[in-house]
Write a protein that binds this ligand. Sequence first.
Ligand code: HAM
Length: 423
Amino acid sequence: MLTNRPRGTNDFLPGETEKWQYIEQAMRNICRTFGYKEIRTPIFEHTELFLRSVGDTSDIVEKEMYSFEDKAFRHLTLRPENTAGVVRAFLENRLYADPQPTKLYYIGPMFRYDQPQAGRYRQFNQFGVEVMGSNDPSVDGEVIALAAELFKGLGLKNLTVKINTVGCKDCRPNHSKNLKEYFSQYKDELCPTCQSRLERNPLRILDCKEEKCKEIAKGAPTTIEAACDNCKSHFAKVQKYLDMAGISYQVDTNLVRGLDYYTNTAFEIVVNTIGSAQNAVCGGGRYNGLLEQIGSTDMPGIGFAVGMERLLLTMKEQGIELSLEENPAVYIASLGEKAAEAAFGITHELRKRGIYAEKDYLSRSLKAQMKGADRLKVKYVVIIGDDELAKNALVVRNMADGSQEEVAIEEIVNYLEGRLKNV
Ligand code: HAM
């Protein structure tokens, strides 16, 4: 019996992979104009890296990591996200010694042991950017604008950019204190995980997926109430830059993110069409304490990640059709052993000249080959049989108007190349 793919994973087949290539190209293009360079890091990292960055009270670390021991008993984890890995690579490769800021992007798979449903998978792909080495609010503006422009360029509608400030190391303790006081009143009603979070990290309760906790969290004090003057002024400047970039946004004082490393600006881009639990196509924010936490280099950072499956799902829901499948230009039909050999040679020669050419591989009848060529919507079919070879006059049929011409075998490649250039 066939072993099926693991739950929460996907096979992307031809027809769909073209769409992946298309959005990836759009991502690479926008990164080029914004000056972001690609970084590729390992798909697994030391487990400790995620404990120290994403946070040991986060849902990701508490419930969702694919962790394992390798044969030498190292504790490793399939990356649930890539900010930690990119920051690690930045520090390990001493990119901080280069002129700053460092502007990076990545595209690749992430792994979370979550409940699979539409738009939520156990292996999923993210496009993300990370900027390290500047706390300038224009970087926040730029990063949010990059995501918004990407989506606009892909034709997405009904998007909302939500922004908030979650405070810094100076004002975060005030916020935590406010939250602790608030949630303590409801201690017995919170889920067991949140009861333990109350002592360890009350901020995480705001991110709980349990209905009861969500209900209680609605009345919780906001970060802006506890924000210090620096955070308030940084947040005001970010908004100014977004206004200048023509990006509309909503300030959402309840917006908190599910990872521990965020400081100052936090944001999400949500689509108003898919269900409420998984409508964030993009999430990100500042992480000014993270580099120090991971590698004792005190440098600020900010970034986001886009869920690529969610992006494609949203494009489909919004009726954004991408017809990207390419058809071969030429089909070489052949009958008989000698003709099949000639077909191989001609097909190869055409391909070497960059022409997409197809041939028969199953010794089918000429009728079946012509049907196949029709299905492939080719522009020209070359027909080679024993007669045509003997007369050195291959038949070229123009599929658009049904007209036929005879062409010598040594001329056929030049002939087709010339015709296709003029199309
Ligand atoms: P995140 O909010 O955990 O942030 O994930 C970013 C995006 O990845 C989400 O908005 C969603 O579109 C997608 N995503 C998350 N989990 C799943 C899943 N199970 N299935 C499908 N898509 C999913 C981060 O990962 C941060 N590293 C973002 C960041 C970068 N912050 C700063 N720099």
